[in-house]
Write a protein that binds this ligand. Structure first.
Ligand code: UDP
Length: 258
């Protein structure tokens, strides 16, 4: 196969030019970073699992009418998606206090919030993705007010759906991050859900034990991160053949020297 043109390499994914105009291939790596890439490592098989989990969630969100960039999964580590112009805002949806919210406001981790909280961060690694208000977003033209209405309404629907889905498999959806993009149709553009949804960008706690099943295991050196990601996939009913195939495939890849 001819080598595809690489468009961008991020912390957890590589983007390649897709087979048709307006499409992109997302390749999911095992690389993990935290604290704005100050901490680096790998989580064995993470890319394969995140590809499947994200496919699963984006497909279900599509079924409830959320427009997404997802087209189809191509193989264990790649999916075909629509090319979008990324809105430079990370949307953080919170149901329970944790992480930076707990630190910033001195609220104990695990405190349920009286209602879902939406926060916005400006996507800029050099600045450390600072928290911004909707006023900043409007003032600097990162997204229009109309776009922000679509984004916030979608984020709330996505949260309602995902919180229910995870509760059904014994997982509390504490918080998560979403990214949106613009697709252009003639003179108009519309907002669709982009990027990925996986344990890399969600806090997922076991409902009974509060055990963390997400990237905090890596961030906080708790160990067992690969097993935690596998557990989320298993509870979602993915990899019915057994997740060992993930690591098997990994070692095969290594043998081929790729
Ligand atoms: N998050 C993310 N990417 C980021 C920042 C946050 O995926 O660049 C996710 C993170 O995994 C968590 C949620 O957004 O599920 C809220 O993160 P928080 O603001 O508490 O930041 P953190 O404590 O991870 O620095």
């Amino acid at each position: 196969m001819s080598r595809r043109r690489q468009i961008y390499e991020g912390k957890a994914k590589i983007l390649y030019e897709g087979p048709e105009p307006g499409t992109i291939i997302q390749y999911f790596k095992d690389d993990a970073t935290a604290f704005n890439a100050e901490k680096k490592g790998t989580i064995n098989g993470k890319g394969v699992i995140n590809n499947r989990i994200s496919e699963h969630i984006f497909t279900l969100l599509g079924h409830i009418g959320i427009p997404t960039h997802f087209i189809r999964r191509l193989n264990m580590r790649e999916q075909l998606v629509k090319q979008v112009e990324i809105v430079p805002i990370e949307v953080i949806v919170r149901n329970v206090a944790a992480g930076s919210l707990s630190k910033r406001l001195g609220i104990e981790e695990g405190t349920p919030l009286p209602h879902t909280l939406l926060e916005y961060c400006y996507k800029d690694d050099a600045l450390g993705d600072p928290l911004v208000a909707e006023e900043h977003i409007a003032c600097f033209g990162w997204a229009s007010q109309e776009e922000m209405q679509d984004i916030s309404a979608m984020a709330i629907r996505i949260n309602d759906f995902m919180a229910g889905m995870f509760a059904g498999i014994g997982i509390r959806l504490v918080d998560f991050k979403l990214e949106f993009g613009r697709v252009f149709e003639g003179d108009f553009s519309r907002i669709i859900l982009a990027d990925e949804i996986s344990p890399d960008g969600c806090r997922l706690w076991d409902i009974k034990t509060d055990e963390k099943l997400d990237k905090d295991r890596f961030r906080r050196d708790l160990g067992g991160e690969a097993e935690a990601y596998q557990e989320v996939a298993r509870r979602l009913g993915l990899f019915p053949e057994g997740v060992s195939e993930v690591t098997d495939l990994n070692s095969e890849r290594k043998k081929r020297g790729k």
